[in-house]
Design a protein around this ligand. Structure first.
Ligand SMILES: Cc1cc2nc3c(=O)[nH]c(=O)nc-3n(C[C@H](O)[C@H](O)[C@H](O)COP(=O)(O)O)c2cc1C
Length: 220
């Protein structure tokens, strides 16, 4: 069995890598006429276990969803603001997919928000271009669920930590269509959760995310 594991992992890596090739396809999920855009932020996607699996599973279930991996599109952190805004304008449902980094988003997503969601576009005078769009936040945590509570190590719940994004939604006029989260996702070889356990958690996470997307598409 031990001798088989590397071979199985290798085969699985090929399958996942094949799925990740589709990351930047400009194709759109049109369930019920709805266009879904997933903004993926992860600085080391090639070594991701949770986010890579979630994205692969969602794409498998909903092939037409548009995925934009910020760190692939702008590896030098130079964002094509006009191109990003054009894609955003075409979407009915916007999803942020990322690991929690220092209780917030990875750098590429923070920069994307700072540059793309600017005054006159996303908020302020004349800035109502995102108004009425749906928004889902999909985030993976390394820490265990019990650490995200008033009694836990991190003191705050996830909704409390994600309050800046609630305020972003309010300011831009987007509707909250759900938060999908999973905990205990840190994979360290030979300690903590196994790769298989994290992938199983990611499968549940992806199934929940797909169900949220379908609900929005159905208008419920
Ligand atoms: C720079 C950095 C910061 C992190 N900050 C947090 C954190 O604040 N809270 C947490 O629960 N996990 C944190 N983690 C763990 C990641 O969230 C976790 O490894 C990730 O969700 C696993 O997803 P992946 O397999 O797609 O990388 C951090 C990891 C890194 C590398």
């Amino acid at each position: 069995m031990a001798a088989m594991c590397p071979a199985l992992l290798w085969i699985f890596a090929i399958v996942l890598n094949d799925g990740s090739k589709n990351l930047n396809q400009t194709v759109v999920f049109q369930g019920g006429g709805m266009k879904t855009l997933i903004i993926v932020s992860h600085p080391d996607f090639a070594h991701s276990v949770a986010n890579q699996r979630i994205v692969f599973r969602v794409k498998e279930a909903l092939p037409e969803v548009e995925l934009r991996h910020l760190d692939t599109l702008s590896p030098d952190y130079k964002i094509d603001v006009a191109a990003e805004q054009e894609v955003l304008l075409g979407a009915d449902l916007l999803i942020f997919q990322h690991p929690l980094y220092w209780f917030s988003v990875p750098a590429s997503l923070k920069l994307w928000m700072d540059k793309v969601l600017h005054r006159g576009f996303a908020y302020g005078e004349g800035g109502s271009r995102l108004k009425g769009k749906q928004f889902i936040h999909s985030v993976t945590m390394g820490g265990p669920q019990e650490s995200y509570s008033p009694e836990g190590r991190n003191h705050y719940t996830l909704p409390e930590l994600l309050r800046p994004f609630e305020l972003m939604r309010n300011l831009t006029g987007m509707h909250h269509a759900g938060t999908v989260c999973s905990y205990g996702n840190t994979f360290v070889a030979d300690s903590g959760h196994s790769r298989a356990e994290i992938q199983a958690t990611a499968d549940d996470h992806a199934a929940h995310l797909v169900s949220c997307i379908r609900k929005v598409a159905k208008g419920s």
